[in-house]
Design a protein around this ligand. Structure first.
Ligand SMILES: [Cu+2]
Length: 490
């Protein structure tokens, strides 16, 4: 296990830190280490596995058995998918409970995947079972893992509702799986809002079929691996440091409780405070995504330590201020579109004049970027007719004639079309997409690329998979509507 996890596990289970904060009593730690290693399940990158890996065999078998159970059985495949979203679920079952808002998106899905994994392990899998994660990355692989796309009879991992291109192994378009914009954020709320759209929503849409709607997403076996990866990215973000911390000062986030079914079908609940440490509280961890290059743990590593200290309270307090900002203070409107936008196969640009008060607020934010204010782009009333046929990259103040490059400073995310289909029964459950702009603002401002008088927002269509051409696919059709585009300072 990683040193950080071990440290947490050790501190959590024995509280052996001396008054000096120095870790000592090495032999006690060695036994805790052995104990902890034996009870922490490791989630591995699916690209490191094959169709005959134990995790994959167990998962496949479990899906078959779970699908054979009625939806009234809490550990059935449908009952588990229905917790996320459902068309007409059985009475008195937990259903339609998914949280896609900025407060509970990450913690709710962590709990959901955690109990699902326990069900597979206890009821249908093996005692060492851990869900693999779909570790797509721009530099690595972006295709649907091969064992999920073999349409042979009896392959429970195959889902025929997905797009033909995805089931053929065509790589997802690079900007859709890129977590760079999310990981660059330092406050939890900016991170979760950015991640929710990209790669989370973008990958749902790229898969097509069941994955595009709240009510059916959990029925595609790849859903659980996708959410494992979203959960892993939360850990990657925390490990990046630089003030990235969980909102443990937010009472609502910490104490709101959600219901699920455990491995025996009993109703259980968890709060945010109970899921902040995956190794210590939930007994799982993520293997890094480098296949075959596992870090071999030296059982005597602690003998080489001279000192290992936890950060001093003063340092921790300073780090925490970034992540512990209030969640949603009152916002001030900076700029607003006057009419709904229709998006199709060609780029669409809208220029929003900045109000006088908006200019003053932005100037104040620039003078004191650590002061807690933030700029957000808010996209309300986003709908798509039918199944999305393209993705839309969002750019801020992209200069006329400049190439739209998602790796550049103007890119802020992908328009989130997950659950936006007018066919989705839970379309009304959707909330506005919040695209954090503070980081882009500071970067563009430093490069003198931020416009004083207006915010220009450009939506650039991209194929969902490599080689797909939205202009050709959509022609003159404009199936996507954005009801309102606003920029606010909070
Ligand atoms: Cu999702």
């Amino acid at each position: 296990m990683r040193r950080r996890d071990f440290l947490f596990a050790a501190v959590g289970s024995a509280g052996l830190l001396g008054a000096s904060g120095l870790l000592d009593r090495a032999s006690a730690y060695a036994s805790i280490l052995a104990e902890a290693s034996a009870h922490v399940y490791t989630r591995r990158n699916v690209y490191c596995l094959t169709a005959t890996s134990p995790e994959i065999m167990a998962y496949k078998k479990a899906i078959g058995l779970m699908r054979a159970l009625p939806a009234t059985n809490a550990v059935s495949w449908l009952a588990q998918a229905n917790i996320h979203g459902a068309f007409g679920p059985p009475a008195r079952m937990i259903a339609n409970a998914c949280q896609h808002n900025q407060t509970f998106f990450l913690s709710w899905h962590r709990m959901y995947v955690y109990f699902f994994e326990r069900i597979v392990r206890k009821q249908f899998g093996t005692s060492s079972f851990a869900l693999p994660y779909w570790g797509y990355a721009p530099a690595g692989r972006r295709d649907l893992p091969p064992m999920f796309r073999t349409p042979t009879a009896g392959n429970a991992l195959y889902d025929g509702t997905r797009s033909a291109a995805i089931n053929a192994g065509t790589p997802i378009t690079a900007s859709l799986v890129d977590s760079g914009a999310a990981l660059a954020q330092t406050s939890f709320w900016n991170f979760t809002n950015t991640l929710n759209g990209t790669p989370h929503g973008a990958v749902h849409i790229a898969c097509g079929g069941n994955m595009t709607q709240f009510a059916t997403a959990g029925q595609d076996p790849i859903f659980w691996l996708h959410h494992c990866n979203i959960d892993r990215l939360w850990e990657v973000w925390l490990d990046s440091g630089g003030g990235r911390v969980d909102p443990t000062g937010d009472n609502t986030w910490m104490t709101t409780s959600f219901d699920f079914y455990d491995e025996n079908g009993a109703t259980v609940s968890l709060t945010g405070a109970q899921v902040v440490d995956i190794a210590c509280q939930l007994r799982y961890q993520y293997e890094n995504s480098l296949c075959g290059r596992r870090v071999v743990l030296d059982p005597d590593w602690w003998k080489h330590l001279t000192s290992l200290r936890l950060p001093a309270a003063a340092v921790t307090a300073k780090l925490d201020t970034l992540g512990r900002r209030p969640a949603l203070p009152d916002s001030v409107l900076v700029a607003q579109s006057l009419a709904a936008l229709r998006l199709g196969g060609k780029p669409v640009e809208t220029t929003l004049p900045i109000t006088d008060e908006g200019k003053a607020r932005i100037a104040a934010l620039e003078r004191d970027p650590q002061g807690g204010a933030r700029i957000d782009l808010v996209l309300d009333g986003v709908t798509v007719d039918g199944t999305p046929a393209a993705a839309y990259e969002i750019y801020i103040d992209l200069p006329a004639g400049a190439a739209a490059d998602y790796r550049g400073p103007h890119f802020v995310g992908i328009l989130n079309l997950f659950g936006a289909s007018t066919r989705d029964a839970h379309q009304d459950k959707r909330e506005a997409q919040i695209v954090p702009l503070t980081l882009a603002f500071l970067q563009l401002r430093a490069a003198r690329l931020w416009s004083e008088d207006s915010v220009r927002v450009t939506f650039v269509p991209r194929g969902l998979t490599e080689g797909a051409d939205p202009a050709k696919r959509l022609g003159a059709a404009t199936p996507v509507t954005i009801g309102r585009v606003t920029v606010v300072v909070r």
